[in-house]
Design a protein around this ligand. Structure first.
Ligand SMILES: Cc1ncc(COP(=O)(O)O)c(C=O)c1O
Length: 509
C-alpha cells in the first residue's frame, strides 16, 4: 500500500469512528484564554467556536493543530503514530470558544480530519517538523501548566539585542522606513555585509554577489532550491543541523551522510568526504562550528575539502551561523581562500552573532548567477526581509562589535562549567566543544538500565520526569546523544545539570 492509499484508509477509519459520537460530559468556557488553548491526552475536548460568522467557522476550526496523534480503533489497532500529546487551538481575534469535554477521541479525530482531508501536496511529506522548535513548544506547554522547566533546548542567545541595534530599528520606524525594499535587501545593507565579511575574514565580495534573507535558514533554503535538481546528491556530515536534511529532501535532492566519530571529536576531513563523492554530487555542506557538536574544522581540513570539491566543480556551502563563537581559533572563512568565490557559497546569519534571532536577518554570499536565482525565488516568497530589521542589521554590520567578544567570554565560562558537570556524571562522554554554544554528550550509559533505549525516549522522559528540555540526538542523526544549549544563565545550567545527573543515576539504577 502506498502512502496515499494508506492515508485514505486512515481517513476512512476515522470517519467510521466519528459516526459513533459521544456526549460531552462538561463544557468549559475558554474565551478568556484568547490565543491558545491546550488539552491533553486523557482529557479529550472538542472546540466549539462561537460569535463567529457561520461562513468563517470552518476557517477558525482550521486553526486547530494536532500534535502527535495517537489514535487506536476499538480493537486497539493504532490508526496513527503514537504519543498523542496535546491539542492546540489558536483563536482568531473576536472569536470566543467553548471547549466540550468528551470521553472519546472525537476531537482529536475531527482535528486530524481537518488536516487529512486537506489533501496536502506530496512534497510536504518529504519534510518533518523541526525537532528543535518542537522541543521548545513542549517545554513551553509544560511551563504554561505551571511546571518549573529548565530549558536547554533553545538554540538562541539569552542576551538582549545590543542597544545600538535596537535604536536603529526605532529610528527606522520613526523615519517611516516601513515599506517594501528590493527583494535581495537594500543596496546599502548588501554593501555593509560585504564590507563586514571583508573586514572579518579578508574576503572580496560585491553587492551583486550578496543578498539579504529572512534569517540564515532562509538563505540555506533559497540556495538549495536554486541549486539542487531532483536526484542531485548533497554531502552532509553527521551530526548535522536538522534543517539541511529536510531542505534537501524538499528540493528532491538526495542526502549523502558522512558519519564521523566522537572519539576523534566529530572531525570530518577531505578523505572521508571523497569516499562519498559520485558523479551526482552537487554540493557539500559544512557547518563549522557545528550545531550540535560544537566541533570546529581546522583551516587545513577546510582547505582540503574545498580543493577536493572545487576540482570536481562541486559547490561547497559553508554555514557560518556560529563563525564568531570560537573558543580556540580565530574566526575564519573558507570564502577567503584563493579561487573560492567560484564554488563556495556562504550562508550567514545575524541571529546568534548579535543576538537577533527574532529579527530574522541572514544573508548569502555567492556567485552573482546563484544570487540572482535565489533572489528570483525570494521575490515570489517573502518579497524582501523586513525593512526595519534591515536597518537594524545595517547598524549591526557597521556599528561597534564589542558585544560579540563579550558574549563569547560568557559562553566560554558556561561551556567550561557544563563540561565539568557532565564529566562528573559516571559513564557520560563529552567531546569538548570548540565553538558555538552547544554540548553534545553521549548519554548511552543511561540505556544500560533498560528503561530507555534511545535519545528520543531519553529526552521525552527527561522532560516529563525531571523537567529538563534537551534536543534528542536523533534530530541530528545520532542516537546516543542529547544536545544541551548553554545559551542560558549559570543559575539555570546548575539547576538543569543537577537534574540531568540525578535522572541518569535513576535510569541506571
Ligand atoms: C547551524 C545553523 N545554521 C543556520 C541557522 C539559522 O539561523 P537563523 O535562521 O535564525 O538565522 C541555525 C539556527 O539555529 C543554525 O543552528
Amino acid at each position: 500500500m502506498n502512502d496515499k492509499e494508506e492515508s485514505r484508509e486512515i481517513r476512512q477509519k476515522i470517519r467510521s469512528v466519528l459516526m459513533n459520537e459521544w456526549d460531552p460530559i462538561g463544557v468549559k468556557d475558554v474565551s478568556e484564554a484568547a490565543g491558545e488553548y491546550d488539552s491533553y491526552l486523557g482529557d479529550v475536548y472538542r472546540l466549539v467556536v462561537e460569535n463567529a460568522p457561520a461562513s468563517k467557522i470552518a476557517n477558525y476550526l482550521r486553526h486547530v493543530e494536532v500534535d502527535r496523534m495517537g489514535l487506536t480503533d476499538a480493537q486497539g489497532t493504532p490508526l496513527l503514530p503514537d504519543n498523542v500529546r496535546y491539542l492546540r487551538c489558536n483563536l482568531v481575534e473576536g472569536a470566543t470558544a467553548k471547549v466540550a469535554h468528551y470521553q472519546s477521541w472525537t476531537s482529536y479525530i475531527e482535528s486530524y480530519m481537518m488536516q487529512a482531508t486537506a489533501e496536502i501536496a506530496d512534497r510536504i511529506s518529504t519534510i518533518s517538523v523541526s525537532s528543535t522548535l518542537k522541543v521548545s513548544a513542549d517545554a513551553d506547554r509544560l511551563r504554561r501548566e505551571g511546571v518549573d522547566v529548565v530549558d536547554f533546548g533553545a538554540g538562541e542567545p539569552d542576551f538582549p539585542t545590543p542597544a545600538n541595534i535596537k535604536e536603529a530599528a526605532i529610528q527606522a520606524i520613526t523615519a517611516n522606513f516601513t515599506k517594501y525594499t528590493n527583494a535581495g535587501g537594500t543596496p546599502e545593507l548588501r554593501q555593509a555585509i560585504c564590507d563586514r565579511h571583508r573586514q572579518d575574514f579578508g574576503t572580496n565580495y560585491s553587492p551583486s554577489e550578496c543578498m539579504v534573507t529572512v534569517g540564515g535558514k532562509h538563505a540555506i533554503f533559497n540556495l538549495i532550491q536554486a541549486l539542487i535538481n531532483p536526484g542531485d546528491e548533497v554531502i552532509i556530515p553527521v551530526p548535522y543541523w536538522v534543517t539541511y536534511k529536510d531542505v534537501v529532501n524538499y528540493a528532491g535532492g538526495v542526502c549523502v551522510f558522512v558519519e564521523t566519530n566522537e572519539n576523534t571529536g566529530f572531525e570530518v576531513n577531505a578523505a572521508m568526504i571523497e569516499r562519498h563523492l559520485t558523479p551526482k554530487t552537487k554540493l557539500v555542506i559544512i557547518n563549522s562550528p557545528s550545531n550540535p557538536s560544537g566541533a570546529v574544522l581546522s583551516k587545513k581540513d577546510f582547505r582540503d575539502i574545498f580543493d577536493l570539491a572545487s576540482k570536481r566543480d562541486i559547490f561547497l556551502m559553508t554555514d557560518e551561523c556560529y563563525c564568531h563563537f570560537l573558543y580556540e581559533d580565530q574566526p575564519f572563512s573558507i570564502a577567503a581562500a584563493p579561487g573560492a568565490k567560484e564554488t563556495v557559497v556562504v550562508a550567514g546569519s545575524l541571529s546568534k552573532t548579535y543576538s537577533m534571532t527574532g529579527w530574522r536577518i541572514g544573508f548569502a554570499l555567492a556567485p552573482a548567477e546563484i544570487i540572482n536565482a535565489m533572489m528570483k525565488l525570494q521575490s515570489h516568497s517573502t518579497s524582501n526581509p523586513t525593512s526595519i530589521s534591515q536597518k537594524a542589521a545595517l547598524e549591526a554590520m557597521r556599528g561597534p562589535q564589542d558585544s560579540v567578544p563579550d558574549m563569547l567570554a560568557e559562553y566560554r565560562r558556561r561551556r567550561d562549567f557544563v563540561i565539568q558537570r557532565l564529566r562528573e556524571i559516571p559513564g557520560v562522554c563529552i567531546v569538548v566543544p570548540k565553538g558555538a554554544f552547544y554540548a553534545y554528550p553521549n548519554i548511552s550509559v543511561a540505556y544500560s538500565g533498560g528503561k530507555v533505549t534511545n535519545s528520543l525516549d531519553f529526552s521525552s522522559q527527561l522532560l516529563a520526569q525531571a523537567h529538563v528540555a534537551v534536543v534528542p540526538g536523533e534530530a541530528f542523526g545520532t542516537n546516543d546523544h542529547i544536545r544541551i544549549s548553554y545559551a542560558t544563565s549559570m543559575h539555570e545550567l546548575k539547576r538543569g545539570l543537577d537534574r540531568l545527573h540525578n535522572f541518569i543515576d535513576t535510569l541506571r539504577a
